[in-house]
Design a protein around this ligand. Structure first.
Ligand code: ATP
Ligand code: MG
Length: 252
């Protein structure tokens, strides 16, 4: 099914491998984007195990599943975490939300479109894996940010996702964000490796948008349910994410 895109700049945050920092990045990157007076919507696309609301300590009345079931105005599900930052919360522990059918996907796209004009950016935090919803969200977005860590399993999962999206879904532009970086040399090696493999076997040029160091401030903020960019603005991770937000116009 052809997927038509959504008009505010829509960015899908994805990875293949789980636990590499997609949700932490999505939330903190979204906050960094609001600092230029932009209005940002975070869609919790991890619809089986949603947790954007947990990271922002939000209380949620209606989530994506509730509005899809009731047909209510999707604005009723939006939770404003900050004046310029809204969240469309996902559902948790609901297996049927993990792989939406064509009709449900079209409905969800309709809901996102219905609120889209209120925002400058839409950030979609996806689930781990290569499930149908992950692939669909990448097609819905203008840009895909692929989060990976230097761990070889993260590299192979990211490669598998890139291969699938380019081969079967016509997506050929990927922006890499390397997370959990412990040193410049390790970081460069990881980026060089994935770039050369995708160039050689898939004939694709990846863009390296930037890297985020491994930082205790991130774990602490998660435990406190506070975004690290606000709780520890001077931390290395916060500065890296702020820099990434400044480079949003460089997304391919
Ligand atoms: N740069 C970092 N430094 C230290 N810890 C980090 C960093 N980025 C993420 N983490 C930690 O890694 C864990 C996983 O992060 P997060 O939930 O954002 O990953 P995810 O990719 O969204 O996971 P999932 O695939 O399960 O949705 C969290 O405990 C978070 O604190
Ligand atoms: Mg997540």
């Amino acid at each position: 099914m052809a997927v038509s895109r959504i008009t505010p700049l829509t960015i899908c945050v994805t990875s293949g491998k789980g636990g590499v920092g997609k949700t932490s990045f999505s939330v903190n990157f979204a906050i960094a984007l609001t600092r230029n007076n932009s209005r940002v919507l975070v869609v919790d696309g991890d619809m089986g195990l949603a947790n954007v609301d947990v990271l922002l300590r939000l209380s949620v009345k209606n989530n994506i599943r509730d509005i899809m079931e009731s047909g209510a105005d999707p604005r009723q599900a939006l939770v404003f975490a900050r004046p310029n930052l809204a969240v469309l919360p996902g559902s948790s522990g609901v297996p049927e939300m993990v792989a939406l059918g064509d009709r449900q996907q079209a409905r969800l796209a309709g809901f996102i479109r219905a609120v889209a004009s209120d925002f400058d950016y839409i950030i979609i935090d996806t689930a781990a894996g290569i499930g149908s919803s992950v692939l669909w969200f990448n097609q819905l977005a203008d840009h895909s940010i692929l989060i990976l860590s230097p761990d070889p399993t993260s590299m192979t999962d990211a490669y598998a996702l890139i291969k699938l999206l380019s081969r079967d879904h016509g997506i050929n532009r990927f922006n890499l964000v390397l997370n959990f970086v412990r040193g410049v040399r390790e970081g460069n090696h990881s980026i060089d490796t994935i770039k050369s493999v995708t160039q050689r076997f898939l004939n694709l040029e990846l863009s390296h948008l930037g890297s985020i160091p491994e930082d205790k401030a991130v774990r602490k903020a998660v435990l406190d349910q506070a975004p690290f960019i606000e709780q520890a603005p001077g931390s290395k991770a916060a500065r890296a994410v702020s820099d990434l937000a400044q480079r949003v116009h460089m997304l391919i």
